[in-house]
Design a protein around this ligand. Structure first.
Ligand code: BEZ
Ligand code: FE
Length: 289
């Protein structure tokens, strides 16, 4: 197309794609060009605004390292990560949620009933539940990875004061599908806001807080891997998670226990537990592959 106009530029872009373009790539580029061009047309994007956007992308690249991916964080605070996650999540079973950047491989094995709390400060919590099918059958041998922040709102890989695998565990459930562990209440925390993502948040009057949560990855042969998080119902940031990870069905309750008689069975921490402590019950339902 020789004479390109505001109206024809989208079609011209598509016409430039060769016939042997992968059909899925063609479809994605078609939609991208359509929405991107409409975005510029509908906003009447100025040169200054266009440059500002490109500068934001440049700064995002400059601050990105293998340890800190500002692009992922940008996608998170724009709601894109959660949206992609929801689009690809089966309707059946426990909803998925964002993985986040603080997961590390190699968490130590913890038996069912084991103590992940160790020497950490903070209120003691016993978390229990079943890994099961949508029909209620226990999924024996399901593997669970758990990670969370300490009482100070930091993950072990953000805080030199914590041992490498602090508040991280890998558990294999038994015949009955039960998982159980003792831990501390995780704290709410802020996503990094000292870079371009922070600039965007501050410019739009947004805070960088996430509600406190426990992260889980659950795998079992024949079932879809579930990457998710569980949030307490009393968290002040539940309705304003900076990365849009909260789902109604991922909300749990801390139940305060004032008697040791309320200790669930089979806890390593049983003799060291003092009142009050909290219990949480949350089942994970895996969709078939
Ligand atoms: C997290 O839950 O660990 C997390 C998720 C997205 C951005 C930053 C942190
Ligand atoms: Fe997290």
């Amino acid at each position: 197309m020789r004479t390109v106009t505001k109206e024809t530029i989208t079609a011209a872009f598509l016409a430039y794609c060769g016939d042997d373009t992968n059909p899925r790539l063609r479809f994605i580029l078609e939609k991208l060009a359509h929405h991107l061009h409409d975005f510029a047309r509908e906003t009447g994007l100025t040169h200054a605004e266009w440059r500002k956007g490109l500068e934001l992308l440049q700064k995002t690249g400059e601050i990105t390292t293998p340890e800190r991916n500002e692009y992922v964080l940008m996608s998170d605070v724009l709601g894109l990560s959660s949206l992609v996650d929801m689009i690809n999540s089966p309707d059946i079973g426990t909803p998925s949620s964002v993985l986040g950047p603080f997961h590390i491989l190699g968490a130590p094995d913890l038996p069912v009933g084991g103590d992940m709390r160790q020497d950490n400060d903070g209120a003691a919590v016993i978390v229990s539940g079943y890994v099961r099918t949508p029909q209620g059958t226990p999924i024996k041998g399901a593997e669970i990875e758990i990670w969370q922040t300490a009482d100070n709102g930091l993950y072990s890989n953000q805080d030199e004061q914590q041992p490498e695998y602090n508040l991280r565990a890998h558990m294999v459930v038994g015949e009955d599908g039960l998982y159980r562990f003792s831990t501390v209440r995780p704290a709410p925390y802020t996503v990094p806001d000292d870079g371009p993502v922070g600039e965007l948040l501050h410019a739009t009057g947004r805070h960088p807080w996430r509600p406190s949560h426990l992260h889980f990855i659950i795998t079992a042969p024949g079932y879809r891997t579930l990457v998710t998080e569980v949030f307490p119902s009393d968290d002040p940031y539940l309705d304003e998670d900076a990365v849009f990870g909260v789902r109604e069905r991922l909300i749990m309750n801390y139940v305060e226990q004032t008697s040791l008689d309320a200790r669930p069975d089979g806890l390593d921490i049983a003799d060291r537990l003092t009142v009050p402590f909290f219990t949480v019950d949350f089942d994970f339902v895996l969709a078939e592959e």
